[in-house]
Design a protein. Structure first.
Length: 114
């Protein structure tokens, strides 16, 4: 049966036993790391996964990435961090001025292989 105090499995000596002996007591409650920033870290991780998915099919216009990020509830700051973490490159394609656009691409692409 399970000890009422510490939750460990034990064999009771008497039918009235509800705790093991010697009982070490309840297990310590795991403390959160003091420097943990679960919210912001999670945001960044999520953005990295998201951004990878967006660019995995090929380069995407920077404006389009930002628009989609907004729709996915990813802040611009988080998006930029994810971009940096993934080493995503901004590449100018097309012509000058309105003829060209900035696209984002993953570093594995654009090595001249295609
Ligand atoms: Zn116990």
């Amino acid at each position: 049966m399970k000890c009422a105090k510490c939750g460990r499995e034990f064999v009771p000596w008497r039918p009235s036993d509800t705790t093991c002996w010697p009982c070490p007591g309840p297990p310590p409650v795991p403390e959160l790391p003091p420097r943990a920033e679960p919210a912001s870290l999670g945001q960044r991780e999520r953005a990295i996964v998201w951004l990878t998915a967006q660019l995995t099919d090929g380069p995407l216009e920077a404006n389009e990435v930002e628009r989609r990020a907004k729709a996915a509830n990813i802040s611009l700051t988080t998006l930029k961090r994810a971009k940096k973490a993934l080493d995503v490159r901004s590449v100018r394609v097309g012509g000058l001025g309105n003829c060209g656009v900035w696209v984002w691409q993953l570093p594995s692409e654009g090595n001249g292989a295609r």
